[in-house]
Ligand binder design. Sequence first.
Ligand code: KG4
Ligand code: ZN
Length: 344
Amino acid sequence: MIGSEKTKQFKILSFETSCDDTSVAIINSDFNVLVNLVSSQTTHEDFGGVVPELASRLHLKNIMQLTQAALTKAELSFEDIDAIAVSVNPGLIGALLVGVSFAKSLAYSLGKPIISVNHMLGHIYANRIENPHLLPPYLALVVSGGHTELVYFKSMHNFEIIGRTRDDAAGEAFDKVAKLLELGYPGGPLIDMIARKGDSKFHIFPRALNKKDNFDFSFSGFKTSVRNYLASKSEEFIKEHIADIAASIQQAIVDSLVSKTIAYAIKSKAETIIVAGGVSANSLLRKEISKKGNAIGAKVFFPALEYCMDNAAMIGAAAIEKYQKGEFADLSLNAFSTKGIRII
Ligand code: KG4
Ligand code: ZN
């Protein structure tokens, strides 16, 4: 058993509703995911981005049904659950409130403890689903649609933010340039797929803030440069070279992320690097950071692909340690939208 030998086996029912995925999972104290259901709201595709009001309404519509389906799939009932976990920030406030209100109602009516989880910490703890023994100290690169942060963890509660984006997040940069290329939403997975057949040296887009000892990120200049580049080319040229352009775009974003992470890993003599958040699914990022991390003697971890994007299993995974330490919230628990990694 992982964690304290004294703690008996337990099961956590967890909820994730911070953006456009309604997700319900059940995980046990050995990090076995018994069920992880994700209902992705495709309605937003028509708008080219997430519409907050619609997201809240769809979470409300889906959450009860998804909870029942999760229990049925895991062949469990509410009585078998030992605690309820829910992501409380960051995210769209209305969307988060649906998960938090639902989780609090369940906890109250079932008489079970409730555990609050920071969504970004959930992304980081997604790594423990495949590697339960993975504990700090480690350097974490957290890259999602709304966040890009380089964080050095000494323990779950003791961490330092080394760098963060000054403008767009890495996932947001992928999504925005994919929109310029008229590829659809979300753009990250689409660029990743198209880039596989392209030449990443076809065009060199800028890598920002590349001075030594600057661990912040910036993607707005890069985005402008993609826009200007596309405006200078004909539709036929773009169509003909779409794979090369996608590969060059992906290389620029990945280079920024990898170079700063490796530079700080060298500086801090980090022995372990972990990558987390939706962009950690990116095939080039996984390849390059592994190669460069291993070259400096660091071990590199990512979540399994199915746990990279928003899901409730990662919220349950972060709640395990809090359950073991007795870190429970009370029914005054509220959602809030403040950005970044924090311990609640
Ligand atoms: O963590 P996540 O599911 O949601 C947020 O918390 O934001 O991350 C979503 C982001 C989107 O911007 C999406 O384009 C990006 O992750 N993403 C990727 C890939 N898969 C998802 N970006 C690059 N390559 C991918 N394979
Ligand atoms: Zn996320």
